[in-house]
Design a protein around this ligand. Sequence first.
Ligand SMILES: [Zn+2]
Length: 131
Amino acid sequence: MNPLSEESKKRLTKYMDGCAHIWVRDGHVSHHTCSECGEELSVRKEFLPKMRSFTTGNDMLDLKNKLVEMGEWKEFTIYTWKLHHGHPHTKYCYSSNKERIRENYTAWLFLMPRFAELVDEFLKEKEKSHE
Ligand SMILES: [Zn+2]
């Protein structure tokens, strides 16, 4: 699996926090303003919050909780279920054993960075359908 692109990290961060802040120093050494949303922060550059890497289990849990909070969990799982079935590495999932299929799907889904990639793909699809 490839690491997430900067564009993907930005999309996921916006989804999680409303803005993927771009901090710009404005005169004072320790005063920064976000060029995207205008939020202000009075900390030195080295203490500015860093964008999440979306590689950890905590990020996965936060993304899952956000999907639930937004009422999009069901739609997301339907989307990933379809991908899972068409995925070349999960052909074994065309099993007659339904229990086995569910087990494999769950194990396939809850793995980083795949989970974050899937949320990113899901968000991209939603953006497309809203254009
Ligand atoms: Zn911002």
